[in-house]
Design a protein around this ligand. Structure first.
Ligand code: GSH
Length: 217
């Protein structure tokens, strides 16, 4: 019998990426809350797990060579997909074209969408001084990136523009979803991009996604 995965997390878009995909896959997991408001992500015990001191991190006690501790949402989602979606309900077989397109858009999310939108949120909601240059730069680039996603969906007409890659949801979609959900904090209306708006509404209806969005509380 497999043991529960441990998920170290907090209620942020990156944390929700992991909890949503764990829920979607129907995996057993225990949540350990790392309170970012108390700076717990920089505490000794947590930095031992993740030298980068940021959530989320998972620990899978079922890994073949002993427990696997993994951070970086791109790596976490890829690992969970490779290991626990053998039937390819939410993935494509290794080596196929759609496998690499999934990887392309996953990397686009973790290297561009997340960091840029995160900076926009910082300048709009958390910076101690109001810096119009920072607000404009990161808000405009966030909007540009959602325009790119709109274009990606529009190229998938044969699947009614419902998924970023092929004919099913993948980690490329789940990685973006929690950030798309967070656009409201920037007063950006997701329906500015009609296909992304519909894509967002459809994913939000999935019960496992709703459950994942409530973790860790
Ligand atoms: N590149 C990382 C980013 C993780 C990240 O930025 N986590 C934020 C929360 S969304 C965090 O832990 N912030 C707290 C800190 O920096 O101490 C990933 O994809 O996992």
């Amino acid at each position: 019998m497999s043991l529960p995965i441990k998920l170290y997390t907090f209620g942020t878009p990156n944390g929700h990426k992991a909890s949503i995909f764990l829920e979607v896959l129907g995996l057993k997991y225990d949540t350990i809350k790392v309170d970012l408001r108390k700076n717990e992500s920089k505490s000794d015990w947590f930095v031992k797990l993740n030298p980068n001191g940021r959530i989320p991190t998972i620990e899978d006690p079922n890994f073949k060579d002993g427990p696997l501790i993994l951070s970086q949402t791109g790596a976490i989602l890829q690992y969970l997909s490779d290991t626990y979606d053998k039937e390819h309900k939410y993935s494509y077989p290794f080596g196929t074209k759609n496998y690499y397109k999934t990887l392309e858009y996953l990397i686009f999310q973790v290297s561009e969408n997340g960091p840029i939108q995160g900076q926009a949120e910082h300048f709009i909601n958390f910076a101690k001084e109001k810096v119009p240059y920072g607000i404009n730069r990161y808000t405009n680039d966030t909007k540009r990136i959602y325009g790119v996603y709109e274009d990606i969906l529009s190229r998938n007409k044969e699947n009614d523009s419902k998924y970023l890659v092929g004919d099913r949801l993948t980690i490329a979609d789940f990685a973006l979803f929690s950030w798309a959900d967070s656009l409201k904090h920037l007063n950006i209306d997701i329906y500015e991009w009609p296909l992304i708006g519909k894509w967002y509404d459809a994913i939000k209806e999935i019960p496992a996604v709703q459950k994942g969005l409530k973790v860790p509380n």
